[in-house]
Every structure is written in C-alpha cells, then in structure tokens.
Ligand binder design. Structure first.
Ligand SMILES: [Mn+2]
Length: 302
C-alpha cells in the first residue's frame, strides 16, 4: 500500500514531520514503514530553505526501495538548466536568464551550479519516471493525458524515464514532445479569447489559463479555470472536446496549489499538492473510491 506525498519544494523539516506522522521511522538513515511505501509526485526543489534535507530523505527512500517517485516540472526544468544545448554553443536547454535563475536560486544555494553534488543530483533527477501506472493506481505530476503519453512513448525508456535526446526535443517550443511534456508536467491550458489576458504570480501577462481537467461539471470558463487569482474571466462555454480524465483507475497528482482542507476532486481523483505552508499525503488503503478521511498533512509557518 502507498502513501502518496505532494510537492515538497525544498521543505525538509515538514517532510520529515509528515513521514513521522505516517509512522515511518528512520533506520540507518532511511525512512521506512514495515508495510507501506511512499510515492512522491515530484517537485522536490525550488522555494524552501532545506533542499539537502529534503532531497537526502527522498533519494535515499527511492534508492533503498521504501519509496517510488515521478518527475515534476521543477526537476525537468533543472535538468534543462544544467544541459548545454547541442545545437547552440554557450546556451543551455533552459536559458540562464535572470528570471530562470531566480526561480531556481533556493536549489542553487545548496547545490552550487557545476559542483559535483549538483551534477550528481541532476543525474538522479534524470532517473525519475514521467508517470507510474501501477494497475491499481496511477501517478503523474500534473495531468494524466493519454494523447500526450502516446506522443512521448518513443522518447522514454522501459522505466518511463525521458531519453537524453528527448530533453532537446522537449525544449523546442512547437514540437509535439514539447507540448506533451507541458501537458503532463505543467497542466492542460486553454487559450483565452483574443485581447484577454491574466497576470501570473510573477506579474507576467498570460494569455492561457490552466483548466480543472478533473471537474466534469465545470463547463464555463470562469469556473473551469484554476490559479487565476481575482481576475474576471469572460463568461463563455468551453468547447465540448476539452480533456477530462474519464478512466476508472484512481489517479493521484500534485502541482495545483489546492487551497483549504484537502479533499478528493472526484470519486477517483485526488491532488496532494497544497498552497505553501502545508504538505499533504493521501494514505491509500487499496480503495477504488477515494476517501477524504485518508488525507494526512502537516502545516508550518511560511
Ligand atoms: Mn509543479
């Protein structure tokens, strides 16, 4: 049985506290439970003050068999930030611009760019699968989107890890692989009508919004959009072909900064990410119909 844990973002102490709350104990430096394993939904890095603590816990658990993990968009970005573009000398697959560096600074403070420990951690990120299909449950960082999974099939190995060449493809805006990775790790987006835009957390104007692809009842734009703050979106029906997860296999994901008390999004869909200051787990007991009482979390002051 699995305990699925949400986006950690460099908060080591809350992670250790949550594992203890879930009755994991540290044995020879590795958190273990006699009957259960953790699944991390990705986004281990960027933001918090304790990257080394968080990454040491997660990596040792994965390497010693007491956890599984998938890749988040922050690990994908970190790999691209570390990888020279083979077709453009002196440029990296993720450019070293001021804003990209700032977004990555908390990780770089503890893992200095180019250091041996930095390279070693980036190599570990490369071993994270894009998704887990465990038959009884599925796990992905942002969206389980079958058309995107089909697109990346030739670009992953048997363990569902991206091949080296895939990072180049996935960094080329406009390619199929780029769009597929965007969908799986960052979320399905909807292009706003002409002339309409919103500002994101960094004040940057965006002409696309993320959709609540888990909510079958949200058919109008304002109720179906997520992470839009207080912006008034135009009242309009969404096209009928908007993607929804309609399989019966329970699905767990992170990425979406859920507010308030954790709760399931549908009978078989649960998000374990939360707003900053709360780390959430779902304690899965084998059920096909998910249960709000199975969420466990820790809070801290930010
Ligand atoms: Mn994310």
């Amino acid at each position: 049985m699995y305990d699925i844990i949400g986006d950690i973002h460099g908060y080591g102490t809350p992670l250790a506290d949550l594992l203890k709350k879930l009755n994991y104990t540290e044995q020879n430096g590795v958190f273990r439970h006699p009957e259960r394993k953790v699944i991390f939904v990705g986004d281990f890095i960027d933001r918090g003050p304790e990257h080394k603590k968080a990454l040491t816990i997660c990596r040792s658990m994965v390497e010693q068999g007491s956890a599984l993990a998938v890749m988040g968009n922050h690990e994908f970005n970190a790999i691209c930030y570390a990888t020279p573009d083979p077709e453009n000398t002196g440029v990296f697959l993720r450019k070293h611009t001021e804003s990209n560096r700032k977004a990555h600074q908390a990780f770089l403070n503890e893992y200095p760019l180019g250091s041996a420990e930095y390279e070693d951690m980036i190599d570990w990120f490369r071993t994270l699968p894009l998704f887990l299909d465990l038959e009884a449950i599925r796990v992905v960082h942002a969206v389980w989107h079958q058309p995107s999974l089909d697109v990346i099939q030739p670009w992953i190995n048997v363990d569902h890890c991206l091949l080296t060449d895939a990072y180049v493809q996935a960094s080329r805006r406009g390619s199929d692989v780029y769009s597929a990775i965007e969908n799986l790790l960052k979320g399905i987006e909807f292009k706003l009508p002409e002339g309409c835009s919103i500002k994101d957390q960094n004040g940057k104007a965006r002409t696309e919004v993320r959709l609540k692809w888990w909510d079958k009842l949200a058919t109008r734009l304002p109720e179906a959009a997520t992470n839009t703050g207080n912006v008034d979106l135009p009242e309009m029906d969404l096209p009928g072909n908007i993607y929804r997860y309609s399989d019966s296999v329970p699905l767990f994901f992170g990425h979406y900064w859920m507010q308030g008390i954790p709760e399931t999004l549908s009978p078989n869909i649960a998000c374990v990410d939360s707003e900053n200051g709360r780390l959430v787990a779902y304690r899965w007991q084998g059920e096909k119909i998910l249960n709000d009482d199975h969420f466990v979390w820790v809070d801290w002051e930010v």
